[in-house]
Design a protein around this ligand. Sequence first.
Ligand SMILES: NC(=O)c1ccc[n+]([C@@H]2O[C@H](COP(=O)([O-])OP(=O)(O)OC[C@H]3O[C@@H](n4cnc5c(N)ncnc54)[C@H](OP(=O)(O)O)[C@@H]3O)[C@@H](O)[C@H]2O)c1
Length: 277
Amino acid sequence: MPNASVPTITLRNGLELPAIGMGTWPMDNAQTASAVATAVDVGYRLFDTAENYENETGVGEGLRRIGIARSDVVITTKFNKRWHSREGVREAFSASAAKLGTEYIDLLLVHWPNPDQDRFVEAVQGIADLLAEGLVRGIGVSNFKPAHLERLADAGLIPDLNQIQVDPRHIREASRQANTRLGIVTESWSPLGRDGGLLQDPVVTALAEKYGRTPGQIVLRWHVQQGLVPIPKASSRAHLEENLAVFDFSLEAGEVAGLSALDTGDAGILDSDSFGH
Ligand SMILES: NC(=O)c1ccc[n+]([C@@H]2O[C@H](COP(=O)([O-])OP(=O)(O)OC[C@H]3O[C@@H](n4cnc5c(N)ncnc54)[C@H](OP(=O)(O)O)[C@@H]3O)[C@@H](O)[C@H]2O)c1
């Protein structure tokens, strides 16, 4: 059953998305299966994987092991650039669905736009085909810049979700605004700043001290309070539990702004005009 203690966000197509999810990169299949089963037990209902992570089988295994109904979880996965065509996307869907052991995928994402190939519009059209057939429940993209989204909008294709790197040191204002303008929900990857020292930043640790929370909880609260959907990766039950327990306190507006002031700009962000797989 859906987890009543985790709020949901409604995507532009009506799909209800849990306000926080679980990332699975860089775990292998065995680690993923174990962590996903624990995460369901803890209360997670949104799971993020990708063809490129080579752990979709583990996600499916973890969900089966814990025995949760398929309709009670939201699965997002992504495909690589070799599938950027309408027929290619269909093949990518079939391969991912088989590995996950599911008949449908909630959100299928174009992992990177790869504009050098100039086929991301076709890729999104391919996802739209699957949506029309009920094989996916929403259209997702990842690492799409505002210019890439405009190309899609010109073709009459507006995704439901754009998963981009966001954390208080990379607040991605322009990208988030472009998403919001089109009604696209922003999902935050590497929401804890991965291992870049964000959780030791004095601004974060001071708030942790003030609220009696952990630095990770302060950062995740910064995301959810702004309507961003973070997908922290955690492998231990302790971290999984901690990361989900961010819906019973609030940061003051000035504190959200103070965290956002840690922004270092987009220079440290992988440039999706040149990087992609
Ligand atoms: N679309 C894309 O191109 C893209 C790119 C990168 C990542 N992603 C997705 O985003 C997910 C999250 O990103 P990420 O894994 O790079 O970074 P992240 O979630 O910001 O950080 C993960 C790291 O933080 C640790 N951690 C988790 N909870 C913690 C807590 N409460 N306190 C202290 N440390 C904690 C984890 O360790 P433990 O495992 O020990 O808990 C892990 O080492 C990925 O797993 C993947 O699903 C997408």
